[in-house]
Design a binder for this molecule. Structure first.
Ligand SMILES: C[S@@+](CC[C@H](N)C(=O)[O-])C[C@H]1O[C@@H](n2cnc3c(N)ncnc32)[C@H](O)[C@@H]1O
Length: 204
């Protein structure tokens, strides 16, 4: 992993993703999370202050050691016990049926083999467990889609493999998870190419 991905990108990501309107979106979204929790693509730990009070412990994984290092101060300051590990979400070491909730925010866009990661999420979810996702992806507007396809190579380059044009619900359902709730909207204060949001819950 190069200097850009390990040092510059985590710094930039932390700056861009810590804005107040996203903090509010995180708080609202995470209010539903319960039980044993796994967060994939933990990044710099921006979700951590927004978990509800009843969540006392989470397992948090990210593939990028630079993200892991930047998250440490939030992990140390949190009242939540965080098992914070550098792990690739495509190959989780946890046993089957381990978690009540798996959380992913703005992460499925950048996992290289996202299908494999989703199969892992399905495997580690307990029966009846829930996968909570809030992700940007392919718009339903063909005009926006055209721009998303055009900008995708540049986005992958500057945002460490992030795709603008993934149809997140389709990918989730293809891996055997059943979406039980789905909202689609453009995130406030974000260009349409980057702000088309899928927010939902899937079960096994
Ligand atoms: C745009 S950042 C979002 C970070 C965080 N979820 C948030 O909401 O602020 C995407 C994160 O996914 C992580 N990621 C990408 N591929 C991954 C993989 N295969 N396994 C685990 N994490 C991964 C990246 O390192 C990065 O921290």
């Amino acid at each position: 992993m190069g200097f850009y991905a390990r040092v510059i990108f985590p710094w930039a990501c932390d700056l861009i993703m810590s804005v107040p309107h996203l903090a509010e979106a995180r708080r609202e979204f995470l209010a539903q999370v319960t039980g044993e929790v796994l967060e994939i693509g933990f990044g710099t730990g921006l979700n951590l202050p927004h978990y509800p009070e009843h969540v006392r412990k989470i397992t948090a994984i990210d593939v990028n050691p630079g993200m892991h290092a930047r998250a440490e101060k939030r992990v140390c300051a949190s009242p939540i016990a965080v098992d914070h590990r550098i792990i690739n979400g495509e190959r989780l070491p946890m046993p089957d049926n381990s978690f009540d909730s798996v959380v992913s925010t703005w992460t499925l866009c950048s996992i290289k083999n996202v299908e494999r990661a989703l199969r892992e999420i399905r495997r580690v979810l307990k029966p009846g467990g829930r996968f909570f996702f809030m992700e940007h992806g392919l718009s339903d507007d063909p005009a926006v889609q055209r721009w998303q396809h055009l900008l995708n190579p540049l986005e992958k380059l500057i945002a460490d493999g992030c795709h603008l044009n993934r149809n997140i619900p389709e990918i989730i359902e293809r891996q055997g998870l059943r979406i039980v709730k789905l909202d689609r909207f453009y995130m406030d204060k974000t260009p349409k190419t980057h702000g088309y949001t899928y927010r939902g819950v899937a079960t096994k």
